[in-house]
Design a protein around this ligand. Structure first.
Ligand SMILES: Cc1cc2nc3c(=O)[nH]c(=O)nc-3n(C[C@H](O)[C@H](O)[C@H](O)COP(=O)(O)OP(=O)(O)OC[C@H]3O[C@@H](n4cnc5c(N)ncnc54)[C@H](O)[C@@H]3O)c2cc1C
Length: 456
């Protein structure tokens, strides 16, 4: 027993020396070693056990063991076949190794990291769901969605570049082009030797694109003349092919054209000073009597209804993108809350913090389950406009809320770009507005569930 008290006395002496080193002199003044020892000796076994229990809890609080961060709480990715899961993991590893270290830098500079295109090409993830006849892989929409999510989880801007090229531009050709056009343009876009852009929105026509574009086209023999302006067109400063949507002066229907960026009469001007998706190169396009051959007109695009078919598909992609953006913010925040200490313990240990984290994770899980079912319906060929719109609404609204809570949980540090949450917060704003704002997508859903159109 004497040996026990001697050891305890020795340990206490050391602790007091440490305390003194850290200038917590008040404690030293309050308790001397003999005083503490006598106090302990007077304690019964039950009190000693209680004290030991408290000491263990304090030790655990000081040296917590954190579980791995997992935002796929319901193992939704487990629904993919093994081969597809491997591809998703490959994409994640690429994003973490090649893009994560430069994402903030390029976002701040508002420049696109062209050097990653070479590595992206090698991943072979463009045209995953397209026909083998055009170089596609005929794989599932579920896989395509999860790959988009994985890209956005590290960098939502890179995912937008990817979505504009492989979603908007390539789907316009795949869904609205003739077989000849699909064979001619898609293979080099699948290998990313040619990059695409999609020009629908105009300075004066955004949500109301279905009601009438100001950009006009007129046919004379086998040549079309296109005039007008387009705004916000992603990738347009460097894309090889820009899909231009214009209203035919003769039949007043919307037509689509595959236009080379260097076509005489067409100029692109980068939009500066964006607060969101700064890495994406958005442009204003001006077309002045731009001549385009009939062979470049998308042969199956006969009205805005055909353009809307493309948008239905890509809205699913934006919903997946919102899941990735929210996950990126949540994961970085969770890691931060485990490191950041206030009141002598990690802020992750506070009840209100855990309540917010649980709310974020539940929303992410709901979004993930929603888009998963959406892509399954797509794979079954049963996807409706309103289903795509509902997911676009829910996921982008939730993404805004989650990225905002992430910022809040980081306190002031949340607004520093280096803490990897501010970028997601800002990027969520563009996801919320593009490919149909919340209001416009609500009108699509509203029309389907009430049978009444409230568009105008
Ligand atoms: C970063 C970024 C990238 C983009 N990339 C592309 C691209 O690559 N290609 C492309 O073609 N476009 C692109 N866009 C354009 C995008 O699709 C439009 O911004 C979007 O469709 C909304 O149009 P708008 O901005 O003109 O807003 P407006 O249509 O002017 O809407 C303003 C507000 O009015 C509301 N509103 C409008 N009509 C109604 C109504 N009937 N009922 C209730 N509310 C209504 C809207 O919901 C919104 O809140 C991009 C936009 C951004 C911000």
């Amino acid at each position: 027993m004497q040996e026990f008290w001697d050891t305890l006395s020795e340990n206490l002496k050391k602790t007091f020396q440490d305390v003194e080193k850290h200038r917590k002199g008040d404690l030293v003044k309050l308790a001397s070693i003999p005083h503490l020892l006598s106090f302990l000796q007077e304690m019964g076994p039950e009190d000693l056990l209680l004290l030991l229990d408290q000491a263990r809890k304090i030790k655990r609080r000081k040296n917590p063991k954190f579980p791995p961060i997992n935002s796929d709480f319901y193992d939704v990715q487990g629904l993919l076949p093994e081969e597809d899961r491997k591809l998703v993991t490959k994409v994640r590893e690429f994003m973490l190794a090649e893009v994560a270290p430069i994402a903030n830098e390029y976002w701040l500079k508002a420049e696109f990291p062209f050097q990653i295109i070479g590595a992206l090409k090698k991943l072979n993830i463009i045209g995953l769901t397209m026909d083998k006849s055009v170089g596609g892989q005929e794989r599932s929409y579920l896989l395509e969605g999860m790959i988009g999510e994985e890209i956005a989880r590290t960098d939502t801007s890179v995912c937008t570049f990817f979505g504009v090229h492989s979603g908007l531009a390539m789907n316009s050709i795949d869904m609205c082009g003739s077989d000849e056009q699909r064979q001619k343009f898609l293979p080099s876009m699948i290998t990313m030797d040619k990059i695409g852009a999609f020009g629908l929105t105009e300075p004066d026509v955004g949500s109301a694109a279905s009601m009438g574009l100001k950009t006009s086209c007129k046919r004379n023999g086998d040549t079309w003349t296109i005039s007008g302006q387009k705004k916000w067109i992603g990738n347009a400063t460097f894309a090889d092919y820009i899909i231009i949507w214009a209203k035919d002066e003769d039949d007043h229907q919307v037509k689509g054209f595959i236009v080379d960026r260097d076509t005489p009469g067409m100029t692109t001007e980068k939009i500066e000073d964006k607060l969101s998706l700064r890495t994406v190169q958005n442009a204003i396009i001006t077309l002045k009597d731009c001549k385009v051959k009939e062979e470049r007109r998308l042969q199956k695009a006969n009205s805005f209804k055909d353009t809307a078919l493309v948008l239905k598909k890509t809205r699913v992609g934006v919903a997946w993108q919102a899941v990735g953006c929210a996950k990126g913010a949540y994961e970085n925040t969770l890691a931060y809350t485990m490191k950041r200490e206030q009141f002598g313990r990690p802020i992750a240990g506070f009840q209100i913090t855990q309540d917010m984290l649980a709310q974020m994770l539940s929303q992410i899980t709901a979004m993930q389950c929603m888009v998963t079912r959406l892509s399954q319906l797509q794979d079954l060929g049963k996807l409706s406009d309103e289903q795509a719109s509902l997911a676009k609404i829910f996921c982008t609204v939730s993404c805004r809320q989650i990225t905002s809570m992430s910022r809040e949980l980081m306190g002031g540090n949340g607004i520093l770009i280096s803490n990897n949450v501010g970028r997601f917060l800002a990027d969520a704003e563009a996801l919320y507005s593009y490919e149909g704002t919340k209001q416009i997508n609500s009108l699509v859903v509203g029309r389907a569930i009430t049978g009444m159109s409230a568009f105008t």
